[in-house]
Write a protein that binds this ligand. Sequence first.
Ligand code: NAD
Length: 339
Amino acid sequence: MKKKLRVGVIGLGLGRHHLAGYVGNDEVDVVGIADVNGELLRTMAQEYHVPNTYTSYTDLLKSQPDLVSIALPNYLHAPATIDALKAGVHVLCEKPMAMNAAEAQRMVNAAHGNKRVLMIALNNRFRTEAQVLKKLIEEDVLGEIYYAKTGWMRRRGIPGAGTWFTQKARSGGGPLIDLGVHMIDLTRWLIGNPKPKSVLGATYAKFSDTEQGVIDVEDLAMAFIKLEGGISLIAETSWASHVPSEGAYVKLIGTKGGAEIIGDKLTIYTEMHGQQVDITPAYTPRAWADCIAAEIAHLVTCIRDKKTPMSTGEQGMEMMKILEGIYKSADQGKTIKIG
Ligand SMILES: NC(=O)c1ccc[n+]([C@@H]2O[C@H](COP(=O)([O-])OP(=O)(O)OC[C@H]3O[C@@H](n4cnc5c(N)ncnc54)[C@H](O)[C@@H]3O)[C@@H](O)[C@H]2O)c1
């Protein structure tokens, strides 16, 4: 039997779900957790029986774990990831990978330079409906996919107004970098990660009640993204807008069929024997926390078997180029080439 991986978790907001995923995984031992919030540290250590707690993540790194999850506010992703990689530790970094493409590039360089694995946590790829559709696409059920549309729109859902989430200097942006990153990534992953060529985007801030604290990011963003192979992708995302209710979707149009994921429901639109048919594959959707556990299990297996994980730093960097391009396009009012 192989030795268990020694793992740590840095940042215990969303990170507590990483912690739960590791604790439920037989191939790892959780050796430590880090958070500046001492009270949260104590509670999590007690709940999950973690032997060591650290208010400084660098002290956790000094204990030489094999792997850490980094679930810190966005502005700390790059510095903490690079510190971990330089310390010889594999990293699972939460989305968005970084604040911008330059930071992402430094993270990728640090992974290569230190021969460590860097995986970006994009848990939507682990949703059952996404994995079912991915398989159908690989079996050419949709044919050549040439048009896609995706979005995650909230009616009201600005996360923690006045916290790091709504401050551009600490988040890098609003719903685009927070929610849009998931859906644009999911769409590109489903169609084989075609490289981005150009973006035209617009952002709006119409719900920013600054009495609650600093909100200097957009509350709605939309973009027209051109991908290699002539594929067009339209994306929309909001934290607050006059829509019926919160919803996320991916729609793909191919030469042999179309597909929609709306919520956790997948439908395929195609033709059989000259007849138009709608297909609803049967599956049990994975719960949100189980997607994180599955993501962790995947990474642990990849590290053990020396395989490249399915969500790489390089893909994360391409995503950062798209997001940065959309913000630049919104500022400058013109199409931004990516390449
Ligand atoms: N994949 C998903 O579905 C998903 C969901 C939510 C959040 N996230 C991502 O996870 C990251 C964290 O988001 P969150 O919602 O947990 O934020 P949060 O603010 O709730 O939690 C961040 C935690 O980091 C701690 N922290 C801050 N600075 C620190 C430091 N220097 N050293 C150690 N700990 C520090 C805070 O005390 C806090 O407990 C973000 O990048 C966010 O985009 C991903």
